[in-house]
Design a protein around this ligand. Structure first.
Ligand code: URA
Ligand code: URA
Length: 237
């Protein structure tokens, strides 16, 4: 068998194994049936907001110094993924690795997030991933309200440009910032909310799952609910 084909098979098997391990961590046995149903086709350009492109918003941010975080960050972390994504995931703020690379969720929590997406039958490239804050707070301290207030304008424009069908809010901080409330994440997760008129599913942050793996089962329930919603939208566009 040619070496390249063998490598492709190895890669595919490793990816399937990672997905199955995540699912069996969760005690999920019937998930592949759920995941296989997810319609991955992206929405057509005609159905999305054409007012402003993601590139134009990025250009407007420029070498942003609108809040104090501009002075200490290395890279501004704008967001990655499909500009026509049906699903947008919003985290808190870049950490050390993201600040180095300029890309969201590339550290350990990001690898877990990739596995969650795989379990949903998706890849990073299918969705759009960003954060409430685009610059790393020094020593990963909590974001300050004025930093959120300044930065959120750009998040709102990004979401309007993508016009996704579903948003996932990752973790307490992102959910509190987006919804402007302080309802404990353990109470609000799994319950549909709304952000900028788009259904938002609050769930635990992957970094929290690294410390509390027992939360993975709840996150999988939330992800199944997201898949149900995306499938329903695909059936009734
Ligand atoms: N945690 C987040 O909330 N966002 C990232 O991009 C990385 C870690
Ligand atoms: N606490 C957090 O800060 N985030 C979570 O996702 C869960 C608990």
């Amino acid at each position: 068998m040619p070496e390249q084909l063998l490598n492709d098979i190895r890669t595919t098997l490793a990816s399937a194994r990672s997905q199955l391990e995540y699912l069996s961590d969760l005690g999920v046995e019937t998930l592949l049936r759920d995941a296989a149903g997810v319609e991955l086709e992206q929405q057509s350009d005609a159905s999305k907001s054409l007012d402003e492109t993601l590139d134009a918003i990025r250009e407007d941010l420029g070498d942003c110094q609108r809040c104090g975080l501009g002075a200490s960050r290395k890279e501004l972390v704008y967001g990655v993924g499909n500009p026509n994504a049906r699903l947008v995931l919003v985290g808190e703020a870049p950490g050390r690795e993201e600040d180095q690379k300029g890309e969201p969720f590339v550290g350990e929590a990001g690898r877990l997030l990739d596995r969650i997406l795989q379990a949903m039958g998706m890849q990073r490239e299918d969705v759009y991933i960003c954060n409430v804050l685009k610059c790393r707070p020094p020593d990963n301290r909590d974001p300050q309200p004025e930093e959120v207030a300044t930065c959120e304008a750009f998040l709102i424009r990004q979401i309007a440009a993508i016009n996704p069908q579903v948003i996932i809010g990752l973790g307490r901080f992102a959910v509190h910032s987006l919804l402007k409330n302080k309802v404990p994440i353990s109470r609000i997760r799994g319950e549909w909310q709304s952000y900028q008129g788009i259904p938002l599913m609050p769930t635990y942050h992957p970094a929290y799952l690294l410390r509390n793996p027992e939360g993975k089962r709840d996150v999988w329930e939330d992800m199944k609910e997201v898949m149900r919603r995306l499938n329903a939208e695909a059936d009734n566009p």
